[in-house]
Design a protein around this ligand. Sequence first.
Ligand code: MYA
Length: 555
Amino acid sequence: METATFIEKIYRGSLDARVPASFKILRDTRKVAGHLAAFTAVLRDYPAAAIEEEGRIPAEMLQRMGAVGLFGMTIPESYGGLGFNLWEYLQVVEELARLDISAGLVSLAHLSIGVKGIVLFGNESQKTRYLPPAASGKTIFAFALTEPLIGSDAQHIETAARLSKDGSHYILNGRKTYITNANYAGGVTVFAQLDPKRPGFMGAFIVETDREGVRIGKDMPKMGLKASSTAAIHFKDVRVPVENLLGRPGDGFKIAMTILNYGRLGLGAASAGMMRQSFEDMMKRSSTRIQFSVPIRDFPLVQEKIVRARVYSFISSAMNDFVAGLLEASPRKNAAIETSHCKLFGTTHGWDAVYDALQVAGGAGYLSTQPYEKRMRDFRVTTVFEGTTEIHSIYPPLFALRKLAAQQRAHGKGIRGIVFLLRELFRRTDWPLYFDHPVLEKASRVARANAASIRKMLCLGLLLYGRKVSEKEFFLRRITTLSVHMLGILAALSRMEADRKAGALSADDVGMLRYFALEAAEARRKNRTVFDSRIEKLNGETFEAMCRSWTKARG
Ligand code: MYA
């Protein structure tokens, strides 16, 4: 079965042009608009400062959130939800992030990851049983993968589930930590190893929190997102009926990763919303703040911050919509690289925008009475959870390299494998994408050049470094940089081409694409090499020397 993702196919040399051409319903706001007004009305009725102080969303507010459908947005109507498609959902995420991500997170984590496993992989009886109370908010869900000793290396979790002798239930033991929604949750999707001899052979279980042996810790004190609950969950000899296993034994890791694709997309959307809000705030402030007799928006260093927030918000939102299109067409599809890019691009630029908005607000920006402090505290974790920036900076090329190495091996050891890689290296990039608009066409050529550079780097990287390629993190990050820019351009082209066909191409969008494509071209010039720069090499040497003296100083 072909498992290559849209981007992996590009890495291999061919762009499937039907994909960017196929997303036409991107931004239909009709279904969402009415609901959004109801959602924001609820959030506005409960001042964020009071919730922060309390560190918890009041029961009455949770009930009202449930009544307007906030907990059922993406749950099918047949199970009591609102039946939003992914685009509709992401629009809501963007808007809630602008308003208050802390209060919004309880429903967004419930839908993006908590209950998503049941929606995607549940059988009819699991859906009938769990989705209606999840949609109403009666049963809020959490997602439990992370453990005290295991964060990024998710295949090696230690929580274990053993099948009972009579085969009627599993016995679950282990500890999960940093679990979002823990103290709001009535249900948890829990991941556990099924066979001590086969790490990664996991099960995904629906576990009610009132089962005997489930103990939820106290909420952890956090710097932000104070309305959300984060706690550890302990499982001690918890009897989980076999009927509560999602999919088949062994599917657990894939289920976890597939769910995380949705969480990462949600984070991309929250980031796009945050950048948009930062843009609005910077425009407002810089237009009215007069220094040296002029509004500060006249200064290029201020303009640079504003332009970036707006351009990256546009690209981020286009990327999320584009990838949502892939998942709408095939909800369990492997979109590992694509969703990773959305998360990485969104959260890193989102953080910069939140930081810049405070900067443009000057001394006033530092006051707690302004929105920036809370926003920075709330947003900071986004580059950490759902896969760190570091993981997302190296993993996409690693996925591709592993497959390329497997293909190389299949062609035979030694010279045959090398010939295969050399052929790949010199293969032309098939890029059947043409635009009769100069800016769009030029941007497409930049993306194509990135695609060609990426393929060369993958092949050369394997030839030069062999197995050690996975340790070459600066090299891997350079490929990711090229790849993220490529996806950003393709996504913007897809959105703009649809607008153009509808006679609604926006001049602002054209300007933003021109800016981003130029940035991408500059980034390519810097990043298209397989060799580490002198400073990157020196980084390792300097670190080794530091380690020696640090260790020596401590005896
Ligand atoms: S939840 C906890 C988050 N934890 C993580 O994100 C863990 C990070 N680690 C990983 O993702 C994985 O372990 C990595 C892979 C990527 C490192 N889709 O051998 P492999 C398949 C589909 O490469 P590894 C939290 O933070 C792959 O093809 N399939 O794996 C809450 C292969 O399959 P096959 C995928 O090297 C935050 C197999 O898996 C994917 O071990 C709350 C093995 O792959 C994928 N993505 O490591 C947030 N990846 O064998 C709420 C891999 O068939 C968000 N595979 O080829 C709410 C929304 C927004 C609100 C915002 C408010 C702030």
